[in-house]
Design a protein around this ligand. Structure first.
Ligand code: G6P
Ligand code: ZN
Length: 543
């Protein structure tokens, strides 16, 4: 077991994005690519000497190889212990929990979240800090700096470690503890939710379908929903993680989880449906004939939080990313608690959660979570919904109708234009940015602009500032349009257009969102010339 030093040179394009470094799998498989980035992580965190880290991921293609490389590099640089999920599997929230509960120095998560996997798919490496959350800008920028000046990395030459057997082994002087990926997480869920009530719900004939999308949550959902709570066998579908996610796209939205949507709209469909993404941090909630948007979902959780034992004492505050609809703000106002607006990216919630300012957080991109971990958590959101339904004993559709009657409805949709030429996308954003100051008072496709600005965030806890976080325009008619370029895409640019309109008339909260938003959609196009510039007559994805 020799430690060798390998000569290398900086590789361009290793800047961590919204959520770690995400690239085509083949890029990660190129010589030195992974090794350089891992060495840069060690440098960015001030060395790994004497540290304990958690390691795991969503099981996508190349994770098994990457895990071995990371273990050999950790051992070569003097890490004292690595806690690894069996077969290198750990859902992102379970990894976050392990990092926290075992008092470690952080962890590495191997995932590209909801992006497809496989040799032609995507791969990703993300570093989380000791609080269990994605590394903040201050750390990722150090990692990026390190990628630009690397000349060497250290690695141990040795056989693969057997990650299929639970227990402790060692690699040189480093200990490796292989743990059951599910056990600790399941225990945490049992502390938060009323498992007796949930057992009674399923015993009473409540039918559910959970689509794990061939990704990491399968084993978690089976253990918790079927084995512990007594949901009927077969409740969890596509429950075995596969390296290419069954050649699918493990993104829980109405398009990629179409089978589930169809089941929920069939005559004898289940009472409740849910799905999670590649690494288990995203969720989709759907009732019978009733899709719940992520923005509405977090608002419903906040409004009903005290029904759940873990939140019975109420919420300290809530937070949402800026493009997420303002449905949550309306609930916060009624509850008389703070509602924070942060840039896109779960890492921005970390300080608010650590400081006890926010208890629940949510994002339009299907992320919901709380201070129980420092990542969004798909299965947690599903259990939260189940706990609410078990208490309120009404169908999802009725619950939503009741919510909108009480708080008004924020009609909401996101239109994505994917793989757009980067220059075209940048020009569209630059041109709009240049006109922001002139827009207030102007009429655009029948809507009058009220405010227009570029979002910047001042973190109230550490005082850091994040600039250029999206262009936003509100209208006097109650509309809001946000334009952003995605920070997670791996091909060209993805333009995201977030559309929202508030409706407080209780007799008008039941319309089709695309129709209710039609004037806002027209204004978005008129503001930017989106269709003409991108040459697309319609978005690639509508959520
Ligand atoms: C990841 C992050 C989220 C973010 C989402 C979309 O899932 O964890 O926090 O909202 O990506 O980011 P994007 O930059 O692609 O809009
Ligand atoms: Zn994810």
């Amino acid at each position: 077991m020799d430690i060798i030093t390998v000569d290398t040179a900086p590789i361009a394009g290793q800047k961590p994005g919204t959520s770690g470094l995400r690239k085509k799998t083949r890029t990660f498989m190129e010589p030195h690519f992974l090794e350089n980035f891992v060495q840069a992580i060690w440098q960015g965190i001030g060395g790994v000497q004497g540290k304990t880290l958690v390691l795991g991921g969503d099981g996508r293609y190349f994770s098994d190889r990457a895990a071995q490389v990371i273990l050999r590099m950790a051992a070569a640089s003097g890490a004292s212990r690595m806690i690894v999920g069996q077969n290198a599997l750990l859902s992102t929230p379970a990894a976050s929990h392990l990092i926290r509960s075992r008092g470690t120095d952080g962890g590495i998560i191997l995932s590209a979240s909801h992006n497809p996997g496989g040799p032609d798919g995507d791969f990703g490496v993300k570093f989380n800090t000791a609080n269990g959350g994605p590394a903040p800008e201050s750390v990722t920028s150090k990692i990026f700096e390190a990628t630009k000046s690397l000349t060497q990395y250290r690695i141990m030459e040795t056989q693969d470690v057997d990650l299929s057997a639970l227990g402790t082994t060692s690699l040189g002087r480093m200990e490796i503890e292989v743990v059951d990926p599910v056990a600790d997480y399941a225990e945490l869920m049992a502390q938060i939710f009323d498992f007796d009530k949930l057992r009674a719900l399923f015993a009473g004939g409540f039918r559910m379908r959970f689509d794990a999308m061939h990704a990491v949550t399968g084993p978690y959902a089976k253990a918790i929903l079927e084995d512990t709570l007594g949901a009927a066998p077969g409740t969890v579908v596509n429950g075995t993680p596969s390296p290419d996610f069954g050649e699918g796209h493990p993104d829980p939205n109405p398009i990629w989880a179409k089978d589930l949507m169809d089941a929920m709209h069939s005559a004898d469909g289940p009472d409740f449906g849910a799905a999670s993404d590649g690494d288990g941090d995203r969720n989709m909630i759907v009732g019978r004939n009733c899709y719940v948007t992520p923005s509405d979902s977090v608002a419903v959780l906040a409004a009903n939080a005290t029904l759940v034992p873990g939140y019975a004492d109420g919420l300290a505050g809530v937070a949402r990313s800026m493009p997420t609809s303002r449905a949550l703000d309306r609930v916060a106002e009624k509850l008389d608690i703070d509602c924070y607006e942060t840039p896109t990216g779960w890492k921005f919630f970390g300080n608010l959660l650590d400081a006890g300012r926010a208890t629940l957080c949510g994002e339009e991109s299907a992320g919901t979570g709380s201070d129980h971990v420092r990542e969004k958590d798909g299965l947690w959101a599903v259990l939260f919904w189940l706990n609410i339904l078990a208490e309120r004993k009404i169908p999802v559709a009725e619950l939503m109708a009741d919510h909108w009657k009480t708080y008004g409805r924020n009609y909401y949709s996101r239109h994505d234009y994917e793989a757009v030429d980067t220059d075209v996308a940048n020009a569209l954003m630059d041109d709009l940015r240049a006109r922001l100051a002139d827009l207030p008072g102007q009429e655009v496709a029948g809507q009058t602009v009220e405010t227009a600005d570029e979002f910047a965030y001042d973190d109230p806890v550490d005082g850091s500032r994040a600039e250029a976080q999206g262009l936003r325009v509100t209208t006097r008619e109650g509309g809001r349009i946000v334009f952003r370029l995605s920070g997670t895409g791996t091909e060209g640019a993805t333009i995201r257009v977030y559309l929202e309109r508030v409706e407080t008339d209780p007799t008008a909260v039941d319309d089709d969102p695309q129709e209710a938003l039609a004037p806002v959609i027209r204004a978005a196009d008129a503001l930017t010339g989106l269709a003409e510039r991108t040459g697309r007559s319609r978005p690639d994805v509508i959520t």
